[in-house]
Ligand binder design. Sequence first.
Ligand code: UDP
Length: 378
Amino acid sequence: MLNSRTISDLAQAFAASPNGFLIVDQGQPSFAVLPYETYKILKKGKTAQKKIKKILVTGGAGYIGSHTVKLLIDQDYEVVVFDNLSTSRREAVGGVKLVVGDLSDRDVLDKLFQEEKFDAVMHFAASIKVEESVANPGKYYRENVVSGLNLLESMMAHGVKSFVFSSSAAVYGEPEKNPINEVASCQPTNPYGETKLCFENILKWYGKGYGLNSISLRYFNAAGAMPDAELGYGRSLEHTHLIPRVLDAALGKTAEIEVFGNDYATPDGTCIRDYIHVLDLAEAHLLALKKLSEPGAHIYNVGTGRGSSVLEIIDQAMEITGRMIPMKISGRRAGDPARLVADSKKIQKELGWQPAYDLQDMIESSWEWQKLSGPGVV
Ligand code: UDP
């Protein structure tokens, strides 16, 4: 029981040294008094997870997944890729171990977790086409939520509690203001964004209920490829994203680039997006691994903070390729917000992430890749 004299001594000591103090007895440290917050940090350090070495990468043969796998291997992580190869290329994983399977198959997952002792999972595998998600929401709930849940259940059953999730700026919908930070309200305008948000919420509750540590990275517009055309976009027969489509038009693979609307409230009337180099995104995943020792579900935007309009992209692509790119202005695409630009201060501050590449790098490296590979080439 503390008497009033002791309490007043402690209060004085805290006033002089609010971060805690040491009680010394005859010159020897005998007792430390710490604020509870400091105690929690020390305790966490002591119980910090073992170092992450072996990682399961779902969707590791896809576009962003394969670039991340390359960086992981370069940094000596042990990697196993799990992919159904529905939209991706076997060649994209190089010599890395590839398990071809589907996340809907719980038995395959359980067998894999049984055989390999993973320290963490990076979950890229998903369906990502906004328009398709509007036309066929069932597919998106099944593949992005139900299959993802299967993966989490198998992880929990095998004691794997570190997870990096590919989320998307699509969770925000039409933002109230730009740049957008992580506390902005999330009102997705299509099932794709809705399923990503739903999964983020699942991760939050798995953190509370089962002790899963997770990081959700909300990607803005991924673009670009590995230098020297070593890796690039996936095997889709038809590109859906702006930059590869613009370059297909430059290559004459398509007759023209359609500009979806020039009547938006932006300086040139076309939509503004925050394009981010795929290698900068991949780097964010590597930094995220280090944060996984902290409990809970963490969310970060990953973008450059710089917006470019559709017309600016086409102009810059003409400059880089030295080719005329025919274009046609057509109607707005359903569900397209006018402007989406990231505020990425949180990831810069907490994970020390910085984008290393700019739009020119993205268009140049995409151009190198598409000249060699083009759509439809495996
Ligand atoms: N866009 C376009 N023509 C195309 C493809 C895209 O004008 O052939 C526009 C689209 O409306 C959006 C921007 O380019 O404003 C980026 O679209 P993308 O599909 O690359 O990414 P999203 O922002 O939809 O994730």
